[in-house]
Design a protein around this ligand. Structure first.
Ligand SMILES: [Zn+2]
Length: 91
């Protein structure tokens, strides 16, 4: 299973169930990802250790428009990068 990490954030596990948080409620890490094999978005609860690992490779899904041919496509961008190749021009 290939997952593209979209974001990792802290959230209350029972958020939505009751508006007032109980003092004992712990915050957990939630992993938002895009499953390339099943072509759908998903979420999962992860441990703090795994969350920190995932945070380092958060990708951004961006809609790009090629300036050469005007072809628009979705690309997953790594942080600190704005470059990606146009699938139309590179065929
Ligand atoms: Zn192009």
């Amino acid at each position: 299973m290939t997952k593209i990490t979209l974001s990792v954030c802290k959230a209350y596990k029972n958020s939505g169930m009751n508006r007032v948080h109980r003092k004992k409620t712990k915050k957990s890490w939630k992993h938002y990802f895009y499953d390339l094999d099943e072509e759908k978005f998903g979420t999962e609860w992860v441990s703090t250790l795994k969350a920190l690992t995932l945070k380092r490779r958060v990708s951004k899904k961006k809609q790009m428009v090629c300036v050469e041919c005007g072809y628009s496509f979705y690309a997953f961008l790594k942080k600190d990068t704005d470059e990606c190749e146009c699938p139309n021009c590179n065929e």
